[in-house]
Design a protein around this ligand. Sequence first.
Ligand code: SAH
Ligand code: SF4
Length: 359
Amino acid sequence: MKMLDARACLEEEIVGICLENGIKKYRANQVFGWVQQKAAHDWEEMKNVGKDDREKLSSVLFIQPLEMVKEESSQDGTLKFLFRLADGESIETVLMNYENYTTRDRHTICVSTQVGCPVGCSFCATGMEGFKRNLTTGEITGQVLEIVHLIRQRDPDFGVTNIVFMGMGEPFLNYDAVMKAITLLNNEKGQNIGMRRMTISTSGVVPKIIKLAEDNPQVGLAVSLHSARDKVRDSLVPMNRKFPLEKLMEACKLYSSKTGRRVTFEVALQNNNTHQEEAQAIVKLLKGMLAHVNLIPVNPVSESIHRPARDKIIMFKKILEAAKISVSVREEKGIDIDAACGQLRQRLECERYESVNQS
Ligand code: SAH
Ligand code: SF4
């Protein structure tokens, strides 16, 4: 019989499994709490669940912890983890603000949704690597559970307050697994993270933006805009060739009208999109919309990508402010540890490559 991943099971699914195996229903509640709240690594940890029941359950459900291969901490309090999956692939997960005392109450985890990414944005380390596979729901919740498990050994009161789906991969090309992970992370007997405290970032998969607005309007939406001109956006975000700006904006407006929430638009400022005309195009595109613009000085992941000078970034911001568009400049977290998407994995692959070639 096929074993199921406990970290991907809803409480009602565990109830079903208990009943099928002659186990009392209340056990499901206990097991769900051990898996999703206490982030258990092993059936042995479930002290209040009898040995017989644990044995029966462990023959139909597996708990597969992710192997932490690397932890790096940045001076700004960002912790970055590299996890190895059961098939040997690796992914990155970032915990922001952990060691920054003033923001200690807000612990945001940035999770990955795919190994690699098929979208291939020109400035993204993950995109440059190509696509390997989608993550399973258990591997998505697993990133959060692994960090909870680890940090609670140092700080027993640790809890996650926010999740952003901004790690490796395009969450909307793995929609079902991501939405199930959101349901699990939201469960009050699990991590109990409010729907409004979870945000999906997308390169613009229009049908799934529409689906999100219909299925789960509480979840936040961030769109990686990068340019408000189709020609420039085509070259930065290849997804634009399939879903150009007009279609993208229609979907964003639908999300805003259904949810009453503003959409965050991310713009990674780099050599080819930090001009006056680019800022003016954004003004034109977003005028009158419920929107916030996040300007991110690009993390130069290859030699052809350059971060613009400070005064150019300020000029860009002023143009948006003058048009009364809500805007902020995000200081990239964890610059000293290469926290930009895909970089840590890239370095690991590099080290592996070097060690193979040296031996
Ligand atoms: N695939 C999704 C979510 C993961 S990428 C998306 O593209 O939205 C998360 C964010 O990091 C996106 O806004 C992406 O454009 C940005 N990003 C990728 N590489 C970057 C880099 N080198 N510097 C700054 N931001 C980058
Ligand atoms: Fe994929 Fe997002 Fe990177 Fe683009 S920026 S390649 S969509 S992970």
